[in-house]
Ligand binder design. Structure first.
Ligand SMILES: Cc1ncc(COP(=O)(O)O)c(C=O)c1O
Length: 359
């Protein structure tokens, strides 16, 4: 077996210890005589797995008791619709911040349900975040939606926007669990699992109790947070294996010092990689230094004709999935929690060697 350093933006690298534990439990979980995949979601074994995962996530993120934690299907993309369907609650409009590709998708979906007020963002063609002072928030908006970390552009908010009484809604898909966050400042947090939580197919939603209960007329039953919350995320068959694996990741995080420890490591990984890029005339990162992501680091080579060679030689060195998103070009290194520091160091060494050979 030879495992590579996988810089994919998602589905992404998982902690090796988690995969080993899943492997050890593949044929029989506990003394159940079966794999987690084969269990009834309503049986006592799976109920204990599900409950433990939720309580570990609550502990890791210090989620207050007046928030529900939902383990759903449909990806973050379904949340683009579920948020307006559930949170408009009689209001006609919502504020959205636009800082990149995923903001735009959330906005396009939001526009199907409400009047979207573009309350701030990065000027077209730039890789930045708006300052708090630049936000033009509507005090009557149903909510303010933003993307704390834009996975494609590598743009991350360096601050938590203040929205007064208006609930703040955040697509945390590519930055959840990367550092501590004050959940009580949010109305709703959602994240597709396949970057920093677990395998694809699971979506986590953390929502304040008072925001659910009055979905838009016509909202499909499966899209009602209230219905899903009342059923403990088991209105229908939940993504059981993804839920279990997420639980293993939460345990791994707890064993490794929780989110504070992750923040220290993640900051160091990102700083080292940005320093390598900034210290070279051969590599470039387009993002405003104040808004650089800890999780997704796009970079370009001085000569784009070398992109193919870079990817080929990187693969030979055991560094894979570095191709940038087609809309940005160049390279992108996603360095989520499960990417070890040694992986980032290996990438930095490889980049220096490549520059020497080809620069
Ligand atoms: C920030 C962000 N939002 C939304 C999505 C879409 O997630 P999903 O594929 O789970 O719908 C992604 C996926 O890459 C993402 O990075």
């Amino acid at each position: 077996m030879s495992r590579v350093y996988n810089f994919s933006a998602g589905p992404a690298v998982l902690p090796e210890a988690v995969l080993e534990r899943a492997q050890a439990e593949m044929l029989e979980w506990g003394s159940s005589g079966m794999s987690v995949m084969e269990m009834s979601h309503r049986g006592k074994e799976f109920m204990s797995i599900a409950g433990q995962a939720e309580s570990d996530l609550r502990e890791l993120m210090e989620i207050p008791d007046n928030y529900k934690v939902l383990f759903l299907q449909g990806g973050a993309s379904s949340q683009f619709a579920m948020v307006p369907m559930n949170l408009l609650q009689g209001k006609k409009g919502a504020d959205y911040l636009n800082t990149g590709s995923w903001s735009k998708k959330a906005i396009a979906e939001g526009q199907r349900y409400c009047t979207v007020n573009l309350a701030g963002g990065s000027p077209e063609g730039t890789f930045s975040t708006p300052s708090q002072e630049a936000l033009k928030l509507d005090p009557n908006a149903a909510y303010v939606h933003y993307t704390p970390n834009e996975t494609i552009q590598g743009v991350e908010f360096p601050y938590l926007p203040k929205t007064g009484e208006v609930p703040l809604v955040a697509d945390f898909s590519s930055t959840i669990l990367s550092r501590p966050v004050d959940v009580s400042r949010y109305g709703l947090i959602y994240a597709g699992a396949q970057k920093n939580i677990g395998p694809a197919g699971l979506t986590v939603v953390i929502v304040r109790d008072d925001l659910i209960g009055d979905p838009l007329a016509g909202t499909p039953t499966m899209f009602s947070y209230d219905t899903l919350a009342k059923a403990g995320s088991m209105y229908n068959t939940p993504p059981t294996y993804g839920w279990y694996l997420a639980g293993l990741v939460f345990q791994w995080l707890k064993e490794n010092g929780g989110l504070e420890a992750m923040a220290v490591i993640n900051e160091r990984k990102a700083e080292n990689l940005y320093a390598a890029i900034d210290g070279s005339d051969f590599y470039d990162n387009p993002v405003d230094p104040d808004s650089r992501s800890w999780m997704n680091v796009p970079f370009t080579l001085a000569d784009a004709a070398l992109d193919g060679t870079f990817l080929e030689e990187a693969r030979e060195a055991g560094l894979v999935s570095l191709k940038g998103h087609r809309s940005v070009g160049g390279m992108r290194a996603s360095i989520y929690n499960a990417m070890p520091e040694a992986g980032v160091e290996a990438l930095i060494d490889f980049m220096a060697g490549f520059e020497k050979r080809h620069g």
